[in-house]
Design a protein around this ligand. Structure first.
Ligand code: PHE
Length: 345
């Protein structure tokens, strides 16, 4: 009997350590003090003991019962007071809120600038065909960028064999064709989206990046309209005193064509020589886009009379201006989804 009492006490001491909630404690009260408890069994066994043992066992069992009762009461009080510490009426914290990806923000910012000038936003298709990506944009049949080294072709049968193979568009210019095929001028359209090129990935190149295409078609559109629109954009996006530089260039779908540089928004082109500006690397200019007057062939391919209508077009990347403006030095950061990077913006 003495041993049974000791064992029961040891078991109780173990169980009470693990009891946390009021419910756990009530469960133990039933187990250790209830009608079917071992303690009760031991009390019942007293009758079979001799007189001396009876007295000792009775005393020890009563002491244990007392201990268990006060131990359970104590613990219950503790658990209630810790529960009372929760103020259930306190407003919940909202937790971590998500936010727009920095590229989406820059994309929206750029589109909004052109929207203020009256441009409509139309998304093109990421899966294109050779007709829209090349032919209707006046690329000759043997142009090197049609090569599989420069374009991702898709291994699926063409829907319309006359439109050629399917591919992932390598620029947003096919949006021009899509819009002009289905709409009559006057047109002023911005078309943002993803483009794909089989480039080796490094700090400034990726096989997928974003571009924004812009174009306008109407009677008597000329190069000065293009300059005016791009000038407004540069002053809104980069800096209020931005200057532009047009360098002659070649694109099959524009004539004449130009590449455009904006004066460095950090040093305004004034920091040259030894103290190289961290943004323009001392050049004073940042290359931002390609543009030109839409080639008459392109208008004709889309059924627009090039003797009556003219248009201008431009195309710019999104990653590069975002990197320049926000001091991001590696293009891979945009797609790695590291929250520590993303939540800075
Ligand atoms: N599509 C050209 C590129 O990806 C950019 C461009 C668009 C140039 C429109 C002229 C007119 O480089």
């Amino acid at each position: 009997m003495d041993n049974d009492i000791k064992n029961l006490e040891a078991r109780f001491n173990e169980d009470i350590k693990n009891a946390v909630t009021a419910q756990d404690i009530e469960f133990l009260r039933v187990r250790y003090l209830g009608r079917k408890s071992s303690l009760n069994d031991l009390f019942a066994g007293i009758v079979s003991l001799n007189k001396e043992e009876k007295a000792r066992a009775g005393r020890n069992l009563n002491i244990l019962k007392q201990k268990i009762t006060s131990c359970l009461d104590e613990k219950l009080k503790g658990s209630q007071s810790s529960e009372e510490k929760f103020d259930l009426t306190f407003p919940a914290s909202s937790g971590d809120k998500g936010s727009l990806h920095i590229l989406s923000r820059v994309n929206q910012e750029i589109c909004a600038i052109f929207e203020r000038l009256g441009f409509d936003i139309i998304e093109g298709a990421e899966i294109e065909d050779e007709w829209h990506n090349f032919t209707a944009l006046n690329f000759p049949g043997d142009h090197p960028s049609r090569d599989a080294f420069d374009t991702f072709y898709l291994n699926i049968p063409p829907v319309d064999p006359e439109k050629g193979k399917h591919l992932l568009r390598c620029h947003t210019s096919p949006s021009q064709i899509r819009v002009m095929e289905e709409n009559k001028p006057p047109l002023a359209v911005i078309s943002p989206g993803r483009v794909y090129r089989p480039d080796e990935v490094d700090a400034t190149h990726s096989f997928m990046f974003h571009q924004i295409e812009g174009f306008a078609v109407d009677r008597e559109i000329n190069f000065s309209h293009l300059k005016g629109v791009l000038f407004y954009f540069a002053r809104e996006f980069f800096s209020g005193d931005a200057r532009l530089r047009f360098r002659p260039h070649f694109f099959p779908f524009t004539e004449p064509s130009a590449e455009v540089d904006v004066s460095c928004f950090k040093c305004s082109g004034n920091v040259r020589g030894e103290k190289k500006c961290s943004v323009c690397k001392g050049k004073g200019w940042l290359e931002i886009l390609g543009c030109g007057m839409i080639h008459p062939h392109v208008l004709e391919f889309c059924g627009i009379d090039s003797s009556k209508y003219q248009g201008f077009a431009f195309g710019m990347g999104v990653e590069r201006p975002a990197m320049l403006k926000y001091g991001i030095d590696d293009i891979r950061l945009f797609t790695e989804n590291d929250v520590k990077f993303l939540e800075q913006f």
